[in-house]
Design a protein around this ligand. Sequence first.
Ligand code: CO
Length: 261
Amino acid sequence: MIGQTEKRGILLVAFGTSVAGASNAYDSLQKQIQNLFPDVEIRRAYTSNFVRRKLKSEGISILSPASALAGMADDGFTHVAVLSLHVIPGYEYHDLLMIANAFRRVPKGINSISVGGPLLNSHDDYVNVTKAIKDFSSGFLNSGDVLVLMGHGTSHSANICYAGLQEYFRRLDDSILVGTIEAFPSVQDVIIQLKQRKASRVWLMPFLTIAGDHVINDMAGDKPNSWKTLLESEGFEVMVNRTALAQIVPVVDVWLSKISF
Ligand code: CO
């Protein structure tokens, strides 16, 4: 539009976390993105109402995607690249698409809104992410160790992404297994696999954007049904690596490649 100056912004949208310290991973990811777009303002929103309410009760205000986009329209942004920091195209991602679509129809709003992400959305994403995880884990895995990645899991049909991910890993490195907290494959499925291959030492690592409550409690906690406890009770030696996806530079590069104006 003649006479109008372009104002570009990036909106990072994540599920969110209320765990103090866990959001550091968002900070490092944001820094990596800012380096690539030094002149572009980056804002952040959380999709989880529960997390935002909990943070609010602690005096921390984080916007929802809709509030963030409304604010960016008010502040004169003409081009906004929304980046979904979700892992698979499940409910949170599809909700985000609907919100972005709604804002595209707002008169005198943002001229252009793109939505990139989530992490696993194309063949190349799977190839690049599995390679990045293999390279990263080669820094701590010894021969004979098995790496078990803990994904979230969902009742959304996109849950099949985890079985797909497992197939990409199988072709790349047979010592990496994928499980989920809430769906298929379950930790019990993982245990069956570990027994079949007579594993002795197992590393647990999150396949989650950040290492929040699920990592502290469900993966590495001491409660009876944590993955660490369950695997130990099956006789495996369990090691833990709490590095989350947003902390692995080549994984963040996959997210970065999805930003476009
Ligand atoms: Co959860």
